[in-house]
Structures are given as structure tokens and as C-alpha cells.
Design a protein around this ligand. Structure first.
Ligand code: CP
Length: 316
């Protein structure tokens, strides 16, 4: 694997899930694989889980890690080709990324979307320029449209908790007060639609359809209760509209996932990428119950990242 920007970079996703679970059983088996190598983790946006779990993963493989909060500590970056840099942006990505390529062996980067210009966000304008100019493997720590490290950890969690041959996995939209990116649901839909061992359904109010590029032929059900019937896993997430780009079309409190809604499921495991707003997105009676697997899911971020980094170290 050269880069890890989406599932498209993965040759064998089932083997990658198995590798993550093997690292979970034996975290230090490859503790010298990354010896004398350094990973740079560049953040243009906040993070807790991605920041900590990826560092843990890199260190389990013997790597050094340098974390740099570019948004707060770096020069403001210019991304436009041919820009006359007479404003507030002091450094062009062409130099910044190239310099990082000199310091690091692997570059992880988080760049959220602006949610204003759909074409710009969906072209992955920012992360692609780091790929172009850094000259080293780049790992997405969440980009404008995708969060593949999260999705791999999600798949790992489903794999270890599944009790049926083909579990029903439902991605449900839930309300939120802020306009959030589509990266997590896009990515989850992309991974689930590749996985032939799950029955995947997406449910959301009309107007919240995701980009078909990521959902493929996944089933869409606009009635949440119908969608949840017989579910083995419920993945809860808010996202802003893709059609009316970046807009909150409604905040429908009836879409919050409550304990009562689990009655029609197969005692479903409830997942969320975190952070989650309690009693807005998911009710306390779910998050505090044994149905919630959000902590285990977040824990699996370490093993997912370790599987990805080891593939890059071995094969890039
Ligand atoms: N789920 C996730 O990516 O969490 P952070 O934003 O805290 O990294």
C-alpha cells in the first residue's frame, strides 16, 4: 500500500481487517518494523481519537511520531496554484508538503471540508496537494469526504462482534445542531458496500442522500423504524446535506436513537465514531446500556491504524 486515502487503496480489505485483529491480540509482534522511521501527523482540525490511536499504533511498530497542529502552530497555507501571496497566507503547500517529505517517512493529515464549495471539497483539493508535493506515503486522518481509518475500525468492530453469517448493518442519520461533514457516513457506506458479508441499509430523511459514488447500490430506506427492523448493528451519525451542500435541512428530534427504537432490532449493537452529543444524537439510555459498543469501537482505532501503517511500512 502506497497511500491510505480510501478503501480504493486497499488490495484485500478482509486481510486488513484480519491484520488489525491480529495486532489486537499481539500488539508488539512487529515492534521493530518501523525502527528509525518517523511519522508526521498534521492536523488542520481538532481530534482526540485519531490523534491518540494513530500515535499508539505507530509506536507499537517502533516508529517515532511528531504531531504538528498546523492550524494553530504553523504558517497559514496557500493552496491555490499561481496565487499572488500578498495576503495573510505566508507559505504555499508546495513548499510546506515538500519540506514535510524531507522530515518524515509517512505523513498523516487531517483536513476537514469547508462545506461551502462542493466541487472543491469533493475533489479533495487539500489532501491531494499533500500527496502531490510530499513525495512520501500519505495517510488520511479524515479528509473532506472520507475517514478510512475510522471505517476500518468500524469494520473490525463488526467483524469481532458479529454473531450471524450476514449481519444487518444500518447506517442511520440522527439530528445535530451543527452542519457536519459527510466524511464518516460516506466512508462507512463505501466500506460496507464493498463487504459481501453484511446486509447494508442506509436510512435518513429525504434530502440527506449521500454521494452515490460512495453508497453505490446500497439500499436507502426513508422510514427509520422500517430500516431498523432486525438490525444487528446500528451506526448512528449526523451529516449535513450533500444535495443542498452543507445545509441543515431539519433537526428532526424524532430521529434520535433511543432505547425504545432498539425494540424492533435484533438486540442491535449501537455504534458511533465519537464524539457524540448525548440526548441529541443518541439517548443516555442507549449509550449507558450494554447495546452501546462505542468505546470498543474507538479502542479498535489503534489496531486499524496499526494494520494500515504496517502495510505501508512493508510494501510502500
Ligand atoms: N472519530 C474520530 O475521528 O474522532 P476524533 O475526531 O476525536 O479524532
Amino acid at each position: 500500500m502506497k497511500h491510505f486515502l480510501s478503501i480504493e487503496d486497499v488490495k484485500d480489505y478482509k486481510a486488513l481487517i484480519a491484520s488489525a485483529l491480529a495486532y489486537k491480540s499481539n500488539p508488539f509482534v512487529d515492534k521493530t518494523l518501523g525502527q528509525n522511521k518517523t511519522m508526521g501527523m498534521i492536523f488542520l482540525n481538532p481530534s482526540m481519537r485519531t490523534r491518540i490511536s494513530t500515535q499508539r499504533a505507530a509506536r507499537n511498530l517502533g516508529m517515532e511520531v511528531i504531531v504538528f497542529n498546523l492550524d494553530k502552530e504553523g504558517w497559514q497555507l496557500e493552496f491555490e496554484d499561481g496565487a499572488v501571496m500578498n495576503g495573510t497566507k505566508a507559505e504555499h503547500v508546495k513548499e510546506a508538503a515538500a519540506v514535510m517529505g524531507q522530515y518524515f517517512d509517512i505523513l498523516g493529515i487531517r483536513t476537514f471540508p469547508g462545506l461551502i464549495n462542493k466541487e472543491e471539497d469533493y475533489s479533495e483539493h487539500y489532501i491531494n496537494q499533500f500527496v502531490k508535493y510530499a513525495g512520501i506515503p500519505v495517510v488520511s486522518l479524515e479528509s473532506a469526504t472520507l475517514h478510512p481509518l475510522q471505517s476500518l475500525a468500524d469494520a473490525v468492530t463488526i467483524q469481532e462482534l458479529r454473531t450471524t453469517i450476514k449481519p444487518k448493518v444500518v447506517l442511520t442519520w440522527a439530528p445535530h445542531i451543527k452542519a457536519l461533514p459527510q466524511a464518516v457516513p460516506n466512508s462507512f457506506a463505501q466500506w460496507m458496500s464493498h463487504w459481501d458479508e453484511v446486509e447494508f441499509v442506509i436510512t435518513h430523511p429525504e434530502g440527506y442522500e449521500l454521494d452515490k459514488k460512495f453508497t453505490g447500490s446500497s439500499k436507502i430506506e426513508y422510514d427509520q423504524e422500517k430500516a431498523l427492523q432486525g438490525a444487528d448493528f446500528i451506526y448512528v451519525k449526523n451529516w449535513s446535506s450533500y444535495k443542498e451542500y452543507g445545509q441543515i435541512l431539519n433537526t428532526l428530534p424524532t430521529w434520535m436513537v433511543t432505547k425504545e427504537k432498539l425494540d424492533v432490532t435484533n438486540d442491535a449493537k449501537v455504534m458511533h465514531c465519537l464524539p457524540v452529543r448525548r440526548n441529541l444524537v443518541i439517548a443516555d439510555d442507549v449509550l449507558d446500556s450494554s447495546n452501546s459498543v462505542v468505546t470498543q469501537q474507538a479502542g479498535n482505532r489503534v489496531w486499524a491504524a496499526q494494520a494500515v501503517l504496517s502495510e505501508i511500512l512493508k510494501y510502500s
